[in-house]
Write a protein that binds this ligand. Structure first.
Ligand SMILES: Nc1ncnc2c1ncn2[C@@H]1O[C@H](COP(=O)(O)OP(=O)(O)OP(=O)(O)O)[C@@H](O)[C@H]1O
Ligand SMILES: [Mg+2]
Length: 485
């Protein structure tokens, strides 16, 4: 997946990103409100050297202090400092825990030491910082006091032994006005960032695991079959399954393209009996079959639409026709084709399913079914057969092998690659000729483009290629054959 594809996936799966964002921001806000406030008090010490007044000595003292100040900073958190502070302030904590809340830092090339103390109470933080500074100064001065130096001017009991350094507070710690943590704005920003990253991660994962076919290019590449049409998703389709014969809607145009592509794709051996099927239920088979048949009839091709989906027959309801008499009535010999064929507007003949039998698989693969299809092919130029899906039931494989060509409907962003492969393989096993795929319910971009238009740019001819010599068996009429008994 390239960046463009990923951005499109993000836009498509925006609810996932939104959920991740809400979760992360919610967590950040909860952590902000539930977390205990931490205050930080800061004090600063200046390390002075007791030296003479001349510049050489002053400079020497300065270098001495700078050289030692880093070591002093390390002493701040030692027990020598923390134990007395805990005792003096009566803190309910251990010296080690207190040490973990103290930070000492000596900025480079200075003789300063910054001490910060963190605590849950602002005033206590300041008191601890000041106590630490005081205790630390005493410890350093004591450490620096020379011990029994031979020849020194030390006079026992006089208290005259002095440290060469002295530490003075330059800035006393005061109770901080606000806490250093939690910081609501920072947490919010972190929550938003984490939410976006999480959302992007989840989308990337879902895209990797999602094997549905989302673009017509992906379908053509995967199925290695020509994509004869891309039928755009139309929210009115469930209410208005039939596209008006002279409609200028995108869907109507797509079905005209399907008709044209079908006619142009098999010029040498145009199929007369075409099965419309798909891998799984609800991919738009019936919608494709019905509208393709209407589109052919519109172009003046004598067409019969047969409802051979004996599991969920839907052709008759689409035209508002009766379903009780039809294909199964003819198969069991209770009626002739002409008796049960119904003519609809546009000159299309419809053979409804008839009563739903208990054994559709056997019935559809029977020799009688073969005879019925041949008879229909004698009467009409094209017979379009709507069927049940391939994978859940075995009805269609046998039926497809009786036809001269099969259209495989693939629902955009719904049918998985493995389902398309399994369907294509099941047809291949019985030697069925797959004419191509129909990419149904594809989302149309704002610009109105929903796929490439290799064949589709060609204008739809008024007269079918299927009406040409190759398509016309001897002795059969044109449209006049329609509906004859
Ligand atoms: N182009 C479209 N845009 C929007 N919805 C559509 C489109 N084509 C079909 N539908 C809707 O999708 C659903 C399934 O369509 P359809 O009945 O044609 O599929 P099917 O493959 O024949 O299903 P089944 O396997 O149940 O026979 C229906 O509700 C239909 O109205
Ligand atoms: Mg159907």
């Amino acid at each position: 997946m390239d960046l463009h594809g990923f951005l499109k996936a993000l836009a498509r799966r925006w609810p996932t990103v939104a959920v991740c964002l809400v979760l992360a921001v919610g967590t950040a806000l909860a952590a902000t409100s539930l977390g205990t406030s931490v205050y930080e008090a800061r004090t600063q010490l200046f390390v002075a050297t007791r030296t003479g007044q001349d510049t050489a000595q002053l400079s020497l003292g300065q270098s001495f202090s700078q050289a030692r100040v880093q070591s002093y900073a390390e002493i701040v958190t030692t027990r020598q400092v923390t134990v007395p502070v805990v005792k003096e302030l009566g803190l309910r904590t251990t010296p080690e825990e207190l040490a973990s809340r103290i930070t000492a830092r000596a900025p480079l090339n200075t003789v300063l030491i910054d001490i910060t103390v963190r605590d849950a109470e602002p005033r206590r933080a300041a008191r601890i910082a000041n106590a630490v500074a005081e205790r630390f100064s005493t410890v350093v001065e004591r450490l620096e006091t020379p011990k029994n130096v031979p020849g020194s001017q030390r006079k026992s009991g006089t208290g005259a032994e002095t440290s060469p350094v002295s530490l003075r507070v330059t800035q006393e710690a005061v109770a901080p006005a606000g806490p250093v943590s939690p910081r609501p704005l920072l947490n919010l920003a972190a929550g938003v960032l984490a939410g976006l990253l999480l959302g992007a991660g989840v989308v990337a994962l879902r895209e990797t695991l999602d094997t549905t076919l989302k673009t017509v290019e992906a379908l053509s590449e995967f199925a290695e079959l020509p994509t004869l049409a891309t039928i755009p998703y139309d929210k009115n389709a469930p209410k208005q399954p039939l596209v008006a014969a002279d409609g200028h809607s995108r869907r109507a145009e797509a079905f005209r393209k399907l008709r044209t592509n079908l006619q142009f794709s098999q010029v040498d051996d145009p199929p007369r009996i075409i099965v419309v099927t798909s891998s799984v239920p609800g991919e738009g088979k019936t919608n494709t079959a019905v509208n393709l048949a209407l589109s052919l009839a519109e172009a003046g091709v004598a067409t019969c639409l047969v409802d051979a989906d004996l599991r969920r027959p839907c052709v008759a309801p689409a035209f508002g026709l009766v379903r009780d008499a039809g294909l199964t009535t003819v198969l069991i010999g209770q009626a002739r084709i002409a008796d049960v064929t119904q003519e609809v507007a546009g000159g299309l003949s419809v053979l409804a399913s008839g009563a739903v039998p208990p054994n559709p698989t056997e019935l559809l693969a029977s020799a009688r079914m073969d005879e019925v299809l041949k008879e229909l092919a004698d009467r009409y130029e094209v017979v379009i057969v709507d069927t049940a899906p391939l994978l859940p039931v075995a009805d269609t494989v046998g039926l497809a092998s009786l036809a001269q060509g099969t259209l495989l409907v693939v629902r955009a962003a719904r049918t998985r690659r493995d389902q398309v492969r399994a369907a294509a393989e099941s047809l291949e096993r019985v030697g069925v000729r797959v004419l191509g795929t129909v990419f149904s319910m594809a989302s149309v971009s704002k610009g109105g483009r929903y796929g490439y238009r290799s064949y589709g740019e060609l204008p739809a001819p008024r007269t079918s290629v299927l009406r040409g010599k190759a398509a016309m068996p001897a002795g059969t009429g044109g449209a006049g054959g329609a509906g004859e008994g």
